[in-house]
Design a protein around this ligand. Sequence first.
Ligand code: MN
Length: 482
Amino acid sequence: MSFTLEGRTGPWEIVVGLEVHAQVTSNAKLFSGAATAFGAEPNTQVSFVDAGFPGMLPVINRECVAQAVRTGLGLKAQINLWSRFDRKNYFYADLPQGYQISQYAHPIVGEGKIEIELQDGSTKTIGITRLHLEQDAGKSLHDQHPTKSYIDLNRSGVALMEIVSEPDMRSPEEAGAYLTKLRQILRYLGTCDGNMDEGSMRADVNVSVRKSGEGYRTRCEVKNVNSIRFVMQAVEAEARRQIEVWEEGGTVEQETRLFDTGRGVTRSMRSKEDAHDYRYFPDPDLPPLVIEQSWVEQLKASLPELPDERRARYVAMGLSPYDAHVLTLEKETAAYFETVAKGRDAKIAANWVMGDLFAAINRTKTSIAEPPIKAEYLGTLLDLMKDGTLSGTLAKAVFEAMVETGKSPGAIVEERGLRQVTDAGAIERIVAGVLESNADKVAEYKSGKEKLFGFFVGQTMKAMQGKGNPALVNDAVKKLLG
Ligand code: MN
């Protein structure tokens, strides 16, 4: 079923395409050796190239090119062995060169695709138009002084991948799912850390609306949206605004807008420039970028397992598609799960990770990257259940003790004497005691009140402080009753 927004004139369809700027994970910038670490003192990571000094020449960083190729491969995209850098000319106080070195007519990566997963369990393929490499600009700081603006050039020259999608999305949910999946793929590849709150990933959201069966109407671009939730909100807010304009007899003008997160509306920033306004031309300081097919093959052979493949593998291990989806969302979660599941029952491992561990992470406000329990310890806990040392109830108690103390399950079992009692003779002696002190109930049981069976089991467990092996306790009660 397709998503529509209701206007006065009936339903409207939304058309969304995203341009994502993703900061390349690399120690040095795209054309200089300056560092890229986030959060450094302003203007401490700036070379003469980044500051746009006259006569300085850019030198391309091979690792940034490799990262773009890896990303292209992860997006199942065409890798262009010949690409070129162009100058995109515009004036900005935090752009000292007076132009951005970008790729325009000949990007390094061409068409690709991403498969997104939707709430109802369905999937949809979203086309990738292109991926190109470009420099980031510096940052203007307007909130440090009442009458002055400051410039921080640390970000100037940092490598970005601009990843452009086809206008294939039709709802806020699809836009959110696309960004989620793209971020996941980049993080698996290690080509962008995906930290949207640090600005490592920013989305420009192109939105238009139309009546069913129509071609595209004019779109507007909502710039620099910095969270997945805000992207979804911006799509809906901008679509509603455009519907109102059309329904009042107006015309949507192509323009760049900003999303006001506080008020949940978009507002006009500037009329949209066309490409010719930037006076693109090939950068004379850089030769065309030529890479070898054999190098691309080498990078391909060293790619890590990607989310789709990992999910399929988990399903083949016996997990439900939903569990496989949840466990592969973050690669840290997948790594944790695999340590726990290695050589053990995958389904049981998944249940403990998604149930008890996730709950413990929430409760202790930790994360899967710094978990409250080591993955190895959770694995050992599963072994102790399997070999009968711990019952399910005791295992939960040991789990909680591990969260509290950080100690290994073995140490906790020894210290607290939590070992399950599996000595059938010892259990029978305790059951006999229970039956003896509940002679009246035994009589009731024997005259047909069979549901008292559970009472005897419960009393025995209580007497054993929960340490009786449940199956053996059951057997013993059955045997002595009758
Ligand atoms: Mn760009």
